[in-house]
Design a binder for this molecule. Structure first.
Ligand code: SF4
Ligand code: SF4
Length: 83
């Protein structure tokens, strides 16, 4: 069960539509999670096993992952469109 504090940093996605489902974030995750399959309505990953190592963030080829708060993730839906 997540604590859900608004200031908690979680893996977040800036634009789900840009995800290629390439699975790289999953392949590099030391906890064997699959971030791209777990994006919530709030554009975040609510997984208690995530250790926030940011390995997935660094390895996403389209750079849509980041470590952010719920507030940031909410506002991020339409904002970013890198090419
Ligand atoms: S690495 Fe990026 S593009 Fe690939 S599945 Fe994960 S989030 Fe999607
Ligand atoms: S931050 Fe680390 S543990 Fe969490 S999903 Fe990304 S690679 Fe996995």
């Amino acid at each position: 069960m997540g604590l859900g504090k608004r200031t908690d940093l979680k893996i977040s996605v800036s634009n789900k539509d840009l995800c290629r489902s390439c699975g790289k974030c999953s392949k590099v995750c030391p906890m064997q999670l699959a971030p791209y399959k777990e994006f919530s309505d709030k554009n975040q990953i609510d997984n208690e096993h995530c250790i926030r190592c940011s390995t997935c963030v660094k390895n996403c080829p389209v750079e849509i992952l980041y470590l952010g708060t719920e507030e940031e993730a909410k506002g991020c839906n339409l904002e970013i469109s890198r090419k």
